[in-house]
Design a protein around this ligand. Structure first.
Ligand code: PLP
Length: 378
């Protein structure tokens, strides 16, 4: 079956008892022991639930994996991927990545005994040089948050394999519509379902998909079931409803982002645009190779500093200044002010999650905002 068909059908058969086309929601926390006599059914919702299983099966199918595990947030998924390593293990991570992960490394996992080295993942020599005998995982995030850097997934997976380490990819920004890291040699894919998979800014969730039924994935499953950081059945249902339209949404958002990036790239008040769809972007060549389209996330630096960037973010009429991404609404955010000291984001950088409004309206709002900020010239 093709990708679009699997987004609607994988893990989501017509309900046998009622014939319902839309998946029923199963809020039950417990299941009859008789129905689970062979151990293949459900028992207790922390350990497994029909809606969670449907979500796991569908995303696993879209990523081309062997099995998947869903969590209550993207961060719970990432935390589980790290907890499934051993204290004392070494992890290589990108210097530009979702700042929550950087905080997790610093505040939780260094205390737990995990050693983390950050490198510029676009510099393959630097990645190879960071490998140590105790390196157990190379974590990638591509395109990255917020500098939209593009990592060569196949090359980094190769470095990891030669080191006997796992390669994981946070595929939240690209989605499996545009990029399938397991096909490029990764062992594990992670998503914040809160973003494009859910797609409507109304549900939190996370998922890990493994290429194989490895011992490492068995650990992930055990942490999920025993630790219990699981999404509710309703949240799984909402995410899966979003996934059904994922291919259509993402492609339309890519079209809009390309138009917005071109306008910003041409605008006299914009210093620089970070978007791999622009031929001048350093990530363009690799993105063209490993992604089907260039995504709908971009960042840009305005001329001036934090004052001008904040004035623009707060002065738009259609686009809210708000965190998060991947939903139907276009959102803009000043990242340096939320990420704190370790942020890679310059003071004059704004991140844009391009939504599903008409591109003319998104562009008109950005244009009027830029004109307003620079009224009188600066
Ligand atoms: N990974 C990326 C790339 C993100 O942008 C985010 C959140 O913004 C996360 C992970 C964390 O996901 P969640 O907010 O669902 O915990």
């Amino acid at each position: 079956m093709k990708f679009e068909t699997r987004a609607i059908h994988a893990g989501q058969p017509v309900d046998e008892t009622t014939g319902a086309i839309a998946q029923p929601i199963h809020p039950s926390t417990t299941f009859s022991r008789a129905a689970n006599a062979d151990g293949e059914g459900f028992f207790y919702t922390r350990c497994g639930n029909p809606n969670r299983r449907a979500l796991e099966q569908c995303v696993t199918s879209l990523e081309g994996g062997k099995d998947g595990a869903a969590f209550g947030s993207g961060m719970a998924a990432i935390m589980t991927a790290l907890q499934a390593l051993d204290p004392g293990d070494h992890v290589i991570a990108p210097d530009d990545l979702y700042f929550g992960v950087r905080n997790l490394h610093r505040e939780l996992f260094t205390r737990w005994g995990l050693a983390v080295t950050t490198v510029d993942m676009t510099d393959l020599d630097a990645v190879a040089a960071a490998v140590r005998p105790d390196t157990k995982m190379i974590w990638t995030e591509t395109p990255s948050n917020p500098l939209v850097k593009v990592t060569d997934i196949a090359a980094v997976s190769d470095i990891a394999a030669r080191a006997g380490a796992l390669c994981a990819c946070d595929n939240t920004w690209a989605t499996p519509v545009l990029q399938r890291p397991l096909e490029l040699g990764c062992d594990l894919v992670m998503h914040s379902c809160t973003k494009y998979l859910g797609g409507h800014s109304d549900v939190l969730g996370g998922v890990l998909v493994s290429a194989t039924d490895s011992e490492y994935f068995q650990r992930i499953r055990a942490i999920q079931e025993e630790g219990g950081a699981v999404p509710s059945p309703f949240d799984c249902w909402l995410i899966l409803r979003g996934v059904q339209t994922l291919p259509l949404r993402v492609r339309a958002q890519c079209d809009n982002a390309a138009a917005v990036a071109a306008m910003l790239d041409d605008h006299p008040r914009v210093e620089r645009v970070f978007y791999p769809g622009l031929p001048s972007d350093p990530g363009h060549g690799i993105a063209a190779r490993q992604m089907d389209r260039f995504g709908a996330m971009l960042s840009f630096c305005v001329k001036g500093g934090e004052h001008e960037a904040m004035a623009l973010a707060n002065g738009l009429t259609l686009i809210p200044h708000a965190t998060s991404l991947g939903g139907t609404h276009t959102l803009i955010e000043h990242r340096a002010s939320v990420e704190g000291e370790a942020s890679m984001a310059p003071d004059n950088l704004l991140r844009l999650s391009v939504g599903l409004e008409h591109p003319d309206d998104i562009i008109a709002d950005l244009r009027q905002g830029l004109e307003r900020v620079y009224q009188g010239g600066s």
